[in-house]
Design a protein around this ligand. Structure first.
Ligand code: PXL
Length: 281
């Protein structure tokens, strides 16, 4: 194996419900990548359909975390942000990118804030412009259809979509100032679901799909983005990484559907880690 790579993941910890750091940490670590974390908030569960959760906002801790790491001279091959604990964290995370990145650091921003045409209940609509600004700092972003439409001031539409519409969104995402974008929740017919990628350097677009499984499974965006990052850090190309991430996410959903687990509890990604490692080579 080559020199061990190091990633920093900036997300919340939802104690129960398999999303954000409880997904990113095992997936990226299992790929052989040293994974450090900056927790943005600590919750008893995520906020998607579970009520009564505790919420400890860690806004004041983020910059001291990064300053300490900087004082230790730590360097990162990738910095990956996801669910942020407050509006102010948008600017703070932007500063942390500047503070911790080196010449070759890959910055991945998953603009976690909305799904199925609606903002997550903890975020107001003005979070969108802040997230758009944070995306400018990214090399690669991984919005779902709702997040992409909101950031591009386009009305959210339900699937199925056509290629012209998806290409318009992909080009719009590049105009935010990123090098690469991977759009999730792309569906041209009701039997398949997947992701579309675009790279600014070549203008090339790629599509990857699997069979659609009915139901809204929680945390799948985090599973997808974590696998995508792990695969990119293991030197896969963007379409290869997207294909691995779509396949891994679809398999995790299928497994969970077969087990009949509550969709709010997240997906069984754990059983797929061994095969994922083999795929990453
Ligand atoms: O999976 C996205 C996510 C992450 N973290 C928290 C959430 C959500 C989505 O609802 O509530 C706390």
């Amino acid at each position: 194996m080559q020199r061990q790579k190091r990633a920093a993941a900036i997300h919340d910890i939802s104690g129960f419900g398999r999303c954000s750091l409880t997904v990113a940490l095992p997936i990226i670590s299992a790929a052989g990548i040293e994974t450090s974390v900056i927790p943005t908030a600590v919750l008893s569960t995520h906020t998607g359909g579970l009520s009564g959760y505790t919420y400890r906002d860690l806004t004041e801790d983020l910059k001291p975390f990064a300053d300490h790491w900087k004082s230790l001279g730590l360097t990162f091959d990738a910095i990956y942000s996801g669910f942020l604990g407050s509006f102010r964290q948008l600017d703070i995370v932007s500063e942390i990118f500047d503070e911790l990145k080196g010449d070759d650091t890959l910055i991945l921003v998953d603009p976690v804030m909305a799904d199925h045409g609606e903002m997550y209940r903890v975020f107001s609509r003005n979070f969108v412009s802040g997230m758009r600004a944070l995306c400018k700092k990214a090399d690669i972003i991984t919005p779902n259809m709702t997040e992409a439409c909101f950031m591009l001031d386009m009305a959210y539409r339900e699937p199925p979509y056509d290629e012209k519409y998806i290409e318009e969104i992909l080009r719009g995402l590049l105009s935010l100032g990123v090098k690469k974008a991977v759009l999730t929740g792309v569906s041209f017919d009701m039997d398949t679901l997947g992701a579309a990628c675009i790279e600014a350097e070549t203008g090339r677009t790629d599509y990857v799909y699997r069979d659609r499984v009915e139901g809204f499974y929680h945390g799948t965006g985090d599973v997808f983005a974590s696998v995508l990052l792990a695969a990119l850090m293991r030197d896969k190309t963007l379409p290869e990484a997207a294909d691995i991430a779509v396949g891994f996410t679809a398999d995790s959903i299928k497994r969970t559907k077969a087990a009949g687990t509550d969709v709010r509890f997240g997906v069984n990604f754990e059983a797929g880690l061994y095969d994922l490692m083999k795929k990453l080579g």
